[in-house]
Design a protein around this ligand. Structure first.
Ligand SMILES: [Zn+2]
Length: 66
């Protein structure tokens, strides 16, 4: 399973979908306003800062995907 970050273009509501594969078009519906104008974001990759600065310690475990 994967968690997909989505954001509504109409009301800027950010939400997540848990999916086994690709997100289906009919799933791309804002739970707040019902708009289909939803785009996929990749916010979870950016929250932890730059990827261009690897640390030399133990590899960090991300709990973003279960
Ligand atoms: Zn919305």
């Amino acid at each position: 399973m994967a968690i997909v970050d989505l954001k509504c273009r109409s009301c800027e509501h950010a939400f997540q979908l848990v999916t086994r594969g690709a997100v289906k078009e009919k799933q791309k519906c804002c739970p707040s306003c019902g708009s289909k104008e939803v785009r996929q974001t990749f916010g979870s990759f950016l929250r932890n800062g730059s990827l261009a600065d690897p640390s030399c310690g133990a590899p960090q475990r991300s709990s973003g995907y279960g």
